[in-house]
Design a protein around this ligand. Structure first.
Ligand code: MOS
Length: 727
């Protein structure tokens, strides 16, 4: 690993290298894909939650000029069950399992014709009662997933002198990336090309190939730009396969863009959770036992577990523990990972409960957390590869002026406003997977980096250019980054906040490999000024190679030109090292919130959000800060606004659009104060970077809830904290 030298391009707040392309509309997102003879597909979705289709009347729809095909369960080709994905409902039968299920796809010459025809499809149903209410649903007694047990829970509970026991709930929430799902499918004989909105071009290729029963080599998936995903784009949903089916059926390229209203339910969401937490501690505040049980929603056709106990297992040193995560199957679409899945709702409950325990112990919430700081990983007992949590607490406390906070709630008044301050810890796992990359250096000095991974909007293009520029010591403007295509080297999906560490390491390693090649060329070429110099006495500098003493040098251009080759390239596969397995890898942070509550109206304004994080080496200060602010907005939104509201009689969502599903707007934004503790982690990977995109949403909703309690004396355990709950 190169050291964090101050002149390194790594860490610099470089503008996005694709920024100009994006703001000038030159960056082509999936729905912008142009094709000859493009046809348009529109989905028809079930209006009931449970039952069967008894009749489909298509005559009126088929009469619309320009309609090319209507695919339903009566004429859809049979498909395979993929082994790699959540079960897909692909018009294989007439059974309705949830409202919003795709029941037909209409293909036409124009989007207008397809939209009109889709509205004219008449459906008759035989309806059966829908189950959509988690609160009244019972988790089945026998479930596969075993409880997690550490130590002796009963003994720990008995040993504790002070305890709290509470129930917390988090509602169903929708990802709603700015860019809706879209697929452009085209066939050339037996080869399928998919432009698709995916967080994983390779996993998408695999699922599509398996479902359609064709070899993966026959499928190419392309995602050059993605307008956010937040987890919903980690898997293939049925519309992707339906677009491919439609294209085959009409023998033309087909574009299918999921409508905004269709983004609410059928394409993943964060499931509702009902969590029970029991904390027991000694009088001094040492945790003796934690019990964390939960039930979350899943659908009747898949099994998805929201692992809310993840933070509970790692956050504090606690010898005795039991956690259990159960599910109840409902007539809803399939839930899926959403930004910090498990950790976000789980940490809301845990960090609220810790705040409640602190009050009962008459201890400062920061002090209580420090008292239970986990010096090693509480389960594996492995040492942390790095852990800056304590510094995050102290820096954050200073920034929010924590020492001035009144421990007793409802003490600070400003006219009719109640002011409160709260905090919570943040944590997320640090993952790294296997990835490949190619580097090419051309005789004109230009460098190209190629990797299959997609930039999901976080700045992957930019940080890969920075890593390349750093290793090869070339200006970042001379680096072209090609991403988002299964024809490029294999990489994993962009999930679990692991892309920077995974693909970044591969880019680092491949640049090191090409550098070694160049050194060999320079030291063995008789015409080279570095001929005969030992390779370890040469370093990259100023767009070429130079001896350690600086006495001799050669530019990459001259070196490559003199070799007579047009390009020097390398490809590597980069894997997690066994050395890293000797450490527990986790990122931590602390978040502090200051809120202002109108005592007459119950309205809440978050005035100040402070986030301090230890997340390894930060590759780009600007894009990293943006990600953290994005996560804090996600958390603010979770704390105060977002909530799916179902009509349980009808089995349907009531507020499935951006008008009625509340999200924060600019006027709701607090002052953000985001910073990183400088963390040198030599163990995790060759670039020392941890993930950051999910860390910032963990704990932050609890920090706001704890601040609201400090302001008002009202403890809201059921998110969102809407104003009615404060009156
Ligand atoms: Mo994230 S939920 O792993 O996109």
């Amino acid at each position: 690993m190169k050291t964090n030298s101050s002149n390194s391009i790594i860490g610099k707040p470089l503008d996005r290298i694709d920024g100009i392309l994006k703001v000038t509309g030159q960056a082509r997102y999936t729905a912008d894909t142009k094709q000859q003879k493009l046809a348009y597909a529109v989905l028809v979705q079930s209006t009931i939650g449970s039952g069967t289709i008894t009749e489909l009347k298509l005559a009126a729809a088929e009469k619309v000029p320009g309609v090319l095909a209507i695919i339903t369960h009566n004429n859809a080709p049979k498909v395979q069950k993929p082994k790699t994905s959540n079960p897909l409902l692909l018009l294989q039968d007439n059974i309705i399992r949830h409202a919003g299920q795709n029941i037909a796809v209409v293909v036409a010459d124009s989007l207008q014709a397809a939209t009109l025809a889709a509205q004219l499809v008449e459906v008759a149903y035989k309806e059966t009662p829908s189950k959509t209410d988690l609160a009244s649903a019972q988790a089945p007694a026998k479930q596969e997933d075993k409880d997690y047990v550490r130590g002796d829970l009963a003994a720990g509970l008995a040993q504790g002198k002070i305890s709290i026991q509470q129930q917390y709930t988090t509602p169903t929430e929708f990802h709603n990336p700015m860019e809706p799902f879209a697929t452009v499918a085209s066939w050339e004989n037996d080869r399928l090309t998919l432009y698709d909105t995916t967080q994983g071009v390779f996993p998408t290729r695999k699922t599509v190939a398996e479902t359609l029963g064709i070899p993966v080599e026959k499928v190419q998936v392309i995602t050059h730009y993605l307008g956010g995903g937040f987890g919903c784009k980690l898997v293939v949903w049925s519309h992707v396969i339906l677009a491919a089916m439609a294209s085959k059926e009409v023998n033309r390229p087909v574009k299918l863009v999921v409508q905004r209203r269709q983004m609410f339910g059928p394409v993943g969401f964060r499931p509702m959770t009902i969590q029970k937490l029991t904390l027991a501690a000694s009088r001094e505040g040492r945790l003796t036992a934690i019990e964390h049980t939960s039930v979350s929603e899943t659908s009747v056709f898949n099994q998805f577990v929201e692992s809310v106990d993840e933070p509970t297992k790692v956050m504090y040193a606690c010898p005795n523990m039991r956690t259990s995560v159960k599910t109840a199957a409902l007539n809803i679409g399939a839930p899926i990972w959403m930004r910090a899945p498990g950790d976000a709702p789980g940490s809301f409950a845990l960090e609220s409960a810790i705040d409640e325990l602190a009050e009962k112990l008459e201890l400062d919430p920061v002090e209580l957390r420090l008292l239970n700081f986990a010096k090693v990983h509480p389960e594996s007992k492995l040492p942390w590869s790095s852990n800056s949590l304590k510094e995050c607490y102290s820096r954050g406390a200073e920034k929010i002026n924590w020492s001035a906070r009144k421990a007793k709630p409802r003490q600070v008044l400003d006219g009719k406003y109640l002011i409160g301050t709260g905090m919570a810890a943040a944590t997320h796992g640090t993952y790294r997977s296997t990835a490949s990359a190619i580097v090419e250096i051309f005789a004109n000095g230009h460098v190209t980096i190629k990797a299959g991974t997609q930039d999901i909007g976080t700045g992957t293009y930019t940080i890969m250019a920075q890593i390349t520029a750093d290793v090869l010591q070339v200006p970042p403007e001379t680096v072209t980054v090609e991403l988002g295509d299964t024809n490029l080297p294999p990489t994993p999906l962009s999930g679990g906040s692991m892309t920077a560490a995974t693909v970044g390491s591969a880019v680092h390693d491949v640049c090191m490999a090409v550098l070694n090649k160049l050194k060999t060329m320079a030291t063995t070429d008789k015409k080279s000024p570095l001929f005969g110099v030992a390779a370890h006495d040469i370093e990259a500098s100023g767009g070429g190679l130079v001896t350690s003493g600086g006495s001799a040098s050669i530019s990459y251009r001259d070196l490559i030109k003199s070799s007579g080759q047009p390009v020097v390239s390398a490809q590597v596969e980069s894997k997690p090292t066994p050395e890293a397995e000797a450490y527990a890898k986790q990122s931590f942070g602390a978040q502090f919130a200051k809120v202002r509550v109108d005592s007459e109206l119950g309205t809440i304004k978050v005035e100040h959000l402070v986030g301090v994080y230890g997340a390894g080496r930060i590759l780009n200060a600007k894009t990293a800060r943006s990600q953290m602010i994005g996560g804090l907005i996600f958390a603010l939104s979770m704390a105060l606004f977002e909530e799916a509201i179902f009509d349980h009689q009808l089995g349907r969502l009531i507020n499935g659009d951006l008008e009625q599903y509340h999200l924060p707007v600019h006027a709701d934004m607090p002052e953000f104060d985001v910073s990183f503790v400088e963390e040198h982690d030599p163990h995790i990977n060759s670039i020392g970077a941890k993930g950051i995109g999910e860390l910032c949403i963990t704990g932050a909703a609890a920090a706001i809830a704890n601040a609201v309690y400090n302001a008002t004396g009202i403890r809201v355990r059921d998110l969102p904290i809407s104003l009615d709950k404060l009156l």
